[in-house]
Write a protein that binds this ligand. Structure first.
Ligand code: ATP
Ligand code: MG
Length: 581
């Protein structure tokens, strides 16, 4: 392709965005922002996303069949599974004006994921045990009403995803497939150049199971997720599910002091409270009152400086859902306004879940359950009974250990590039989808879903592979295989020589971006090549004589080569990129 003709060139004065990938992709002429969270892929960007998705496709074809479902889907399917009311990023369409409304008043869902389409689809075609297992996948635009879109392609409202769904006649068969999918996923990430930084991470399995799901997290400073690594067991946990033990607190020669109630009107957050009481934050206690889906009221407490992990709490309470309760109920339970809840003198019939971080302390603070008052120098055994059991109901943070192995976690920022999820019979049951077994009986169908965020990956590749001058694409996804620069193009001889090189490369089926611009300086062309980030840069100029200058992006060394040698080099690099069988 001739750069002079390319739609969407580099933008010299493009601004800095909130992330490296957005800045470089927009400046380099790969994408254009339409609004926050939606982008046009220009020619260069489209070539990259297509290559990423082609690699995903080649690998997915080994474990599934590609189809394409609509993004616009009927509301009734979502009502069927109950997710119309619960998915917090769900978007729907409505007719925009009275004329549109007059023609068709129906509302639709713009799919964030496709269980609601693929399950009834499978049900139309496959019912006999003979046809299991099978897996269907697609690569498509997804829509999510994200509260905050950010970091360029990392979080959009319309984005690209590969989603695969597998169907099995037994849990065992499902699990075998699930394990296999992990290998295939790692193969995808290896080929995309992010394999060595991508780790399989335990994550929440959703509210319907105690199982974990597995995320593929690429370790990356700009990632939104935090993952906790336990070296002893070589396990990564998403912060949301990391079991954790707070560091023990030891104060030298600490004497047990008399309990005191301190007036601290309006002093509510633990930081503010610690300052006011002149005690370390870890001596304060955060006590919150929750209400379960069965309307049971429970009390939960963690050491100041920690947050309650509602997912963990839900599990230890043994309920399906919980939320913070109303100020009225807080008052009923504690006798105090919100903000002064604590562990002292709670009604006997209320279940109290105290995190392990609250124990192991002397002379700690807790709300006095008396409006405007905080109790200090509280001690288990004297002021309140030591609970029979402490729980782990807090969000993990740096410095914590794994309670099982006692290993202190290593903590990393990361971005979730893929996610595999056991669905078991959640969706097949919702659609009453069963198979007929050998014995003629109807039996349950087990399902898994498997996502890869292809557009997020395009952003992550840049976050991982760039320098001060621009992008350094892994060869497998670079928009072209070669960036050919012609210098001294006003010289007829040179110009015809470069065009000839361009022709020869194209005839050899090498993808070439040819910077054929006459009016542009050498410096500017080099800067553009560095910004665009294609793996091989070739220069033809008066100085290169009969040869071609060869340079790899990310390296400083240049060498003069015969065109033949260049071609064989590039060809051998390309052959390394094919799928390994
Ligand atoms: P996240 O926790 O980052 O919001 P998720 O767990 O909701 O993601 P999944 O439903 O598992 O995402 O979707 C599969 C993949 O799609 C994710 O692993 C991620 O790579 C990608 N993805 C999810 N949401 C977005 C988004 N808003 N923009 C771009 N990619 C996304
Ligand atoms: Mg996920």
């Amino acid at each position: 392709m001739l750069y002079s003709k390319l739609f969407g060139k580099t933008k010299k004065n493009s601004k800095q965005y909130d992330s490296i990938n957005a800045t470089l992709l927009i400046k380099g002429g790969f994408i254009d922002q339409v609004m926050a969270g939606t982008y046009t892929y220009l020619t260069l960007g489209l070539r990259v996303i297509n290559k990423i998705e082609q690699i995903i496709r080649e690998e997915m074809d080994t474990i599934g069949q590609e189809i394409l479902m609509p993004a616009l889907t009927p509301i009734v399917n979502w009502q069927h599974t109950g997710r119309f009311e619960t998915v917090d990023v769900l978007m729907k369409t409505t007719p925009a004006n009275i004329f549109a409304k007059a023609k068709n008043d129906t509302e639709y869902v713009l799919s964030p994921t496709h269980e609601e389409v693929v399950t009834p689809l499978a049900q139309k075609f496959i019912l006999s045990y003979k046809d299991f297992p099978f897996a269907l996948y697609q690569i498509q635009n997804k829509f999510r009403n994200e509260p905050r879109v950010k970091s360029g392609l990392l979080r959009g409202r319309e984005f690209r995803m590969k989603d695969l769904y597998s169907f099995h006649t037994s849990e065992e068969d499902f699990k075998k497939y699930y394990e296999k999918s992990k290998e295939v996923y790692m193969q995808v990430f290896n080929r995309l150049g992010i394999g060595k930084d991508t780790v399989i991470t335990l994550a929440s399995g959703g509210s319907f199971t105690d199982d974990y799901s597995h995320e593929f997290q690429t370790i990356c400073e700009t990632g939104e997720d935090t993952i906790f690594y336990d070296k002893k067991t070589n396990t990564y946990y998403n912060k949301e599910v990391a079991p954790n033990q707070a560091p023990e607190i030891k104060y030298q020669d600490e004497k047990i002091l008399p309990k005191k109630d301190v007036l601290g009107k309006g002093i509510i957050g633990v930081e503010e409270l610690a300052k006011f009481l002149k005690i370390p934050v870890e001596k304060t206690t955060k006590t919150l009152i929750y209400e379960t889906d069965k309307k049971e009221v429970v009390v939960a407490a963690v050491r100041g400086g920690y947050d309650i992990n509602e997912n963990k709490l839900r599990k230890v309470v043994g309920c399906k859902a919980l939320k913070l309760t109303s100020p009225e109920i807080v008052k009923k339970v504690t006798g105090a306004e919100i903000g002064y809840a604590g562990l002292l003198n709670l009604p006997k019939n209320i279940k109290v879940f105290i995190d392990e971080s609250v124990g192991n302390r002397h002379n700690f603070e807790t709300g006095a359950n008396k409006t405007h008052y905080h109790s200090i120098n509280v001690n288990f055994g004297r002021d309140l009974p030591k609970p029979k059991k402490f729980y782990d109901i807090k969000v993990a943070k740096e410095g914590d250990s794994n309670p099982k192995t006692k290993e202190k976690y290593q903590v990393y920022r990361a971005s979730e590039v893929g996610n595999i999820f056991p669905l078991y019979t959640k969706f097949t049951e919702a659609f009453n989808y069963h198979f007929v077994d050998q014995d003629g009986k109807e039996k349950p169908i087990y399902m898994g879903c498997y996502g890869i965020g292809s557009s997020r990956i395009m952003g992550i590749i840049i976050e991982k592979h760039h320098d001060n001058h621009g992008i350094i694409w892994p060869e497998s996804v670079a928009p072209f295989q070669v960036h050919l620069i012609g210098l001294d193009m006003k010289d007829k001889n040179i110009s015809s020589k470069v065009h000839q090189v361009y022709q020869v490369l194209k005839e050899k089926n090498i993808e070439v971006l040819f910077d054929d611009r006459e009016e542009v300086s050498a410096g500017e062309k080099f800067a553009d090549a560095d910004l665009i980030g294609i793996s091989v840069r070739l220069v033809v100029s008066i100085r290169t004589k009969e040869k071609v200058e060869y340079k790899r992006r990310g390296e400083n060394k240049t060498s003069l080569m015969e065109l033949k040698e260049v071609i064989s080099n590039v060809k051998s690099q390309i052959s390394n990129l094919h799928r390994k069988t």
